[in-house]
Design a protein. Structure first.
Ligand SMILES: Cc1ncc(COP(=O)(O)O)c(C=O)c1O
Length: 335
């Protein structure tokens, strides 16, 4: 183990080498392949890394938890954007870490302020890119400036759950920092563009020493057999992902047009959801929409009293949501 990746504690548990016997995944009476051999091989090919650069997780949530458990001791600091993915502060707090919360600026991660928030106690910096719930990105230039200011000992976690929706020349190549030997961990998931949220498969890409540490503290069968098969199938089916991206893009523009027609302000999205300002209490709107059979996420718990996060769905789901929102907002006006 390289001494430069310092875990909080290491629990040594021997990991058996991958088992080729488990290739027959139709046998659900058997335990899964604990090493995720075939999936890691396929991912390694896709990302042009070795299988040792990869670890699988029960969704990327699992990996966030592993990273925190591996690298954050009680009293250590993690720099976290706000509002952002709720799991970061939850897990950091559970580990006894200190959450150094940096508020977004104009609905985007404020990387300048995040760099300033780094102290000698900082172990982790979380960058959700695109960010949930704003669906905004930080650009390659902004990340470059951040990385120039992050000390070598600090681990930057790039959570790229929605990366497929955000691709463009301005999007940072976070893996390049890993190739340069920087301490970065990139998190990806099959839950979003691959549409396999129910199967719970995520993965981390990072330096093999770092991945080795995470590997030692994970549950031995943290990705189930169906999850492994489903993720492998998704990797072999780029056309499905492209179809999903096209559907989301069309849905995004349909919703933009409808919001504009309703006078509802929205934040331009680089993900598969949109943050909208409904101009009245978002919890009320959430409950009224629920009665219409539509579930959205009110942002009131983030202190964003009039904001909803709306997932872009199928054309039919989008139409149903728009119809319900029109009804609810009309009712609210006349009340
Ligand atoms: C920014 C972000 N990261 C990670 C996740 C976790 O995804 P999963 O555990 O399904 O891979 C989510 C889920 O919504 C998310 O929004």
């Amino acid at each position: 183990m390289s001494s430069s990746w310092r875990p909080t504690r290491i629990r040594c548990r021997p990991r058996s080498a991958c088992s080729r016997r488990s290739r027959k995944r139709s046998h659900l009476n058997r335990y899964p392949d604990g090493s995720g051999y075939y999936l890691r091989q396929a991912l390694a090919k896709r990302h042009r890394v070795t299988a040792e650069h990869l670890i699988l997780g029960n969704g990327s949530n699992d990996l966030i938890e592993l990273v925190v458990r591996a690298f954050l001791r009680p009293g250590d600091e993690a720099v976290i954007p706000h509002p952002s993915f709720v799991v970061y502060p939850m897990i950091v707090q559970a580990a006894g870490g200190i959450r150094v919360v940096v508020t977004l600026k104009d609905q985007r991660l404020d990387l300048e302020a995040m760099a300033r928030a780094i102290t000698p106690l900082t172990k982790l910096v979380f960058i959700a890119n695109p960010n949930n719930p704003t669906a905004t990105i930080v650009t390659a230039d902004e990340v470059e400036q951040l990385m120039a200011r992050v000390p070598d000992r600090v681990i930057v976690v790039f959570d790229e759950a929605y990366v497929e929706f955000a691709q463009g020349p301005d999007f940072p190549d976070s893996l390049a920092y890993m190739q340069q030997g920087r301490k970065v961990i990139v998190l990806r998931t099959f839950s979003k563009a691959a549409s396999l949220a129910g199967l719970r498969v995520g993965y981390a890409i990072g330096d093999p020493d770092c991945m080795g540490l995470l590997n030692r503290i994970r549950q031995p069968f943290n990705v189930n057999s169906l999850g492994q098969v489903g993720a492998l199938a998704a990797l072999a089916d780029d056309s499905h992902i492209l179809e999903c991206l096209r559907m989301i893009e069309a849905g995004r523009h349909y919703l933009y047009d409808e919001f504009a027609a309703m006078g509802v302000r929205y934040t331009p999205s680089r993900a598969n959801f949109i943050l909208v300002d409904v101009g009245r209490n978002a919890s009320d709107v959430f409950h009224w929409l629920l009665k219409e059979g539509v579930i959205v996420r009110p942002m009131t718990s983030f202190g964003m009293e009039s904001y909803l996060r709306v997932t872009i769905g199928t054309p039919e789901e989008n139409r149903r949501f728009v119809k319900a929102l029109k009804k609810v907002l009309a009712g609210a006006k006349s009340a």
